[in-house]
Design a protein around this ligand. Structure first.
Ligand code: UGA
Ligand code: MN
Length: 255
């Protein structure tokens, strides 16, 4: 099967660094199709050029987050759901262009700031319905993971943050077979979901019990993805340059 990796992304100082790191991982993965969706009114040259240079099979889309749901500068980053509009645009694209019977695929939601091991992609290629695996550095723990019994069935989770969620798993911790997405129009994200419930909401539409989850990464004992978060740099000295009527450091350069 092809692995369809869906990545929402938005313009900010660290964007090119994040996407470069991601693309250099994805370049090494066979049969990967990257659906990158910009949270913007237009597709940008920066992203288009990065995709072109990477040589990765890709689809470049844009879908602007509606203004009422857009994070504001003073908001905590958790204040509003992120990536909703963009992931839905990618799911729509998949249903339009990859819904014939011979298109076998696995769908993975890969945020632009996480760190991914190549091993993750070999694991997820085996997903029949929904695969799950541990995620490092998330939810206030070193690792959030599914608990697996001796028969290899998922029987619960170790999550501490909002453990009452039906599926207390980070977005990076599961992948869904494309068949399930093509067969059910309701498999999509919503702004109308409590904080931290995006993953539970979508997983509830594709599995009805824990026993349907397929534990990967050695029965959920290995960490192949990390929920890293990059600090937003401040650039105090750019203001100094400006004050001295000097050019900004990046004049004529893409950083
Ligand atoms: C956590 C989860 O890891 C996300 O998958 C989930 O969407 C999010 O919580 C949530 O509950 O909405 P976190 O690390 O806090 O995520 O979120 P970000 O990494 O800041 O954003 C997730 C994705 O959305 C990233 O790919 C980011 O580039 C994108 N994004 C973020 C936008 O497209 N637009 C924005 O304004 C902000
Ligand atoms: Mn993130």
């Amino acid at each position: 099967p092809t692995i369809y990796v869906i990545t929402p992304t938005y313009a900010r100082p660290v964007q090119k660094a994040e996407l470069t790191r991601l693309s250099h991982t994805f370049m090494l993965v066979p049969k990967l199709h990257w659906i990158i969706v910009e949270d913007a009114t237009n597709k940008t040259e920066l992203v288009a050029n990065l995709l072109k240079e990477s040589n990765i099979n890709h689809t470049h889309l844009h879908a602007l987050t509606p203004d009422q749901y857009k994070l504001k500068k003073k908001d905590g980053h958790w204040k509003k759901p992120r990536g909703v509009q963009q992931r839905n645009a990618a799911l729509d694209w998949l249903r339009l262009f990859r819904s014939s019977d011979n298109d076998k695929g696995i769908v993975y939601f890969a945020d632009d700031d996480n760190s991914y091991s190549l091993k993750l992609f070999s694991e997820m290629r085996r997903v029949k319905r929904v695969g799950v695996w541990p995620v490092g550095l998330v939810g206030g723990l070193k690792v959030e993971k599914s608990l697996v019994n001796a028969q290899g069935k998922v029987i619960g989770f170790n999550s501490m943050w909002a453990p009452q969620r039906p599926f207390p798993i980070d977005m990076a911790g599961f992948a869904i077979n494309l068949d399930l997405i093509n067969r059910n129009e309701n498999v999509k994200f919503s702004f109308d979901v409590d904080r931290g419930y995006q993953e539970s909401a979508i997983l509830s539409k594709v599995v009805t019990s824990l026993s349907q989850l397929e534990p990967l990464a050695d029965n959920c004992t290995k960490v192949y993805v990390w929920h890293t978060r990059t600090i937003d740099p401040t650039f105090a000295y750019e203001a100094v340059l400006k004050k001295k009527h000097m050019a900004p450091s990046d004049l004529g350069m893409e950083v």
